[in-house]
Ligand binder design. Structure first.
Ligand SMILES: [Mg+2]
Length: 186
């Protein structure tokens, strides 16, 4: 079967990683409870930044956010490796900007994710993911972002939301931890 995965905040804990970096860069000690209470995707608010300042902060630190040691979610690498071992196809579909695609692919490989060079899609908009998902005829797709997931409800595939504080309102099958996926398949 064909499995598609978003990367940021689906397979890797990018926003929390950025939250720690913001604390360091801004010389603040904002507690993680503020992170877990966020009801939207942007993380700037607990640091007292405006939307514009937050956007600038993310933009200025994007290199470090993307390519320093962002931790994968527990078992994400092992579960994807197991899928490949079982003969399934693993696809990555990320809306990271086009100029970050090659390095993102390299980063995934370095981190230990199983990456097939023809199964990595990058640089599209959130609402364009649906076209790739359709074309690939995926059997399963996993994402964290409401703006993406909401476009996929009519498709004939299994769509799962990777649980996060800003997507609790979505009523669709939900993955809390990656070790649940193999149990779902069994
Ligand atoms: Mg994401």
């Amino acid at each position: 079967m064909k499995f598609g995965f978003d990367i940021d905040d689906t397979l890797i804990n990018l926003r929390e990683h950025a939250f720690h970096l913001y604390n360091k860069k801004l010389n603040q000690q904002v507690g993680l409870e503020h992170f877990h209470a966020l009801t939207g995707i942007p993380i700037h608010e607990p640091f007292g930044l405006t939307k514009e300042e937050g956007g600038q902060m993310w933009h200025n630190n994007r290199e470090e956010i993307y390519y320093s040691a962002c931790p994968p979610f527990p078992d994400a690498i092992e579960v994807l490796q197991e899928l490949v071992r079982r003969g399934h196809e693993v696809y990555y579909i990320t809306a990271r900007p086009a100029d970050h695609c090659e390095r993102t692919k390299e980063w995934l490989i370095q981190a230990g994710f199983p990456v097939h060079k023809d199964r990595f899609y990058c640089g599209m908009g959130d609402t364009e993911k649906i076209h790739i998902i359709k074309k690939l005829e995926l059997d399963y797709y996993f994402d964290d972002k409401p703006a993406v997931l909401e476009t996929l409800t009519e498709l004939p595939l299994q769509v799962y939301v990777k649980d996060n504080s800003y997507n609790k309102h979505l009523e669709m099958p939900r993955i809390m931890m990656w070790n649940e996926l193999l149990a779902i398949l069994d």
